[in-house]
Design a protein around this ligand. Structure first.
Ligand code: HEM
Ligand code: HEM
Length: 198
């Protein structure tokens, strides 16, 4: 076990194929809380942008801002504790691919909401969470009731990054889910089971 990896269960640390390997409850809870919310926000983001569903923007931004905080907690925990140890020995290629996918998902969970917040604030729309104003809008004196960009080029760049990183995360997510199913159905190991808290 490398210094960068946590023993999933002290009893299992010498035998990573042990059927008893488990993950701590916080890792499981944070994974599914961020996981399902991000999947929902990816779908909501694409839907609302394609259909110009303005009434959904506040919901998207509020949930996104909350998930930003939880994603930061996940990153902090991974820096402190390292990554869960694999439940079994896999080929070098498989290990590298899964590590890459985990990094993309974890860093993407921070960069997507961060770019969303920058897009919104630099675009003059401010930031609110379910009606609670955190950063005020920048009213446009020429168009009452409308907001004016604070820094248009930055808002535009953040907008581009928001969509680009979302697409990268979607691609990583497809590999992630295929990998989880492969472990469960083909390798028949505990990778998915322990992430389900079993
Ligand atoms: C239905 C969707 C999902 C399934 C079935 C799933 C399944 C899993 C499984 C089985 C693991 C354990 C892998 C291992 O032990 O090596 C895992 C880890 C991980 N998953 Fe997911 N996942 C899903 C969605 C997501 C989403 C949406 C994200 C983030 C955008 C995400 C981020 C991660 C990360 C960063 C890890 C590494 C361990 C950790 O930091 O907790 N997953 N996932
Ligand atoms: C993990 C959290 C988030 C995810 C996964 C996510 C995902 C997405 C996706 C996939 C789109 C559609 C992009 C496209 O089709 O080009 C989108 C649009 C958008 N997102 Fe997010 N987003 C998140 C958080 C946020 C936050 C925190 C904000 C702002 C506070 C935000 C503001 C927006 C806005 C304003 C749009 C629409 C842009 C337009 O109509 O041109 N998002 N989001």
């Amino acid at each position: 076990m490398s210094n960068n990896e946590i023993a999933v269960n002290p009893a299992a640390s010498d035998d990573t194929d042990s059927a008893n390997s488990t993950l701590d409850k916080a890792s499981v809870l944070l994974h599914w809380l961020t996981g399902w919310t991000i999947i929902g926000l990816l779908a909501l983001g694409i839907y609302m942008e394609e259909n110009e569903a303005w009434h959904l923007y506040d919901l998207h931004k509020s949930l996104g801002a909350l998930i930003f905080v939880i994603a930061l907690i996940r990153v902090w925990r991974r820096i402190r504790q390292g990554w869960p140890e694999p439940v079994s020995q896999y080929s070098k290629l498989e290990q590298s691919l899964s590590k890459l996918v985990h990094y993309v998902l974890l860093i993407g969970s921070v960069l997507i909401p961060l770019s969303g917040i920058v897009m919104s604030v630099a675009g003059g729309n401010g930031l609110g969470v379910f009606g609670l104003e955190l950063i005020a809008e920048n009213p446009d004196p020429a168009n009452p009731g409308q907001s004016a960009p604070l820094f248009g080029p930055l808002a535009g760049m953040a907008h581009g990054m928001h969509g680009m990183i979302s697409n990268l995360v979607i691609a990583a997510l497809v590999l992630h889910i295929v990998g989880a199913l492969k472990h469960h159905l083909i390798d028949k190991d505990r990778t998915l089971s322990r992430m389900l808290g079993r």
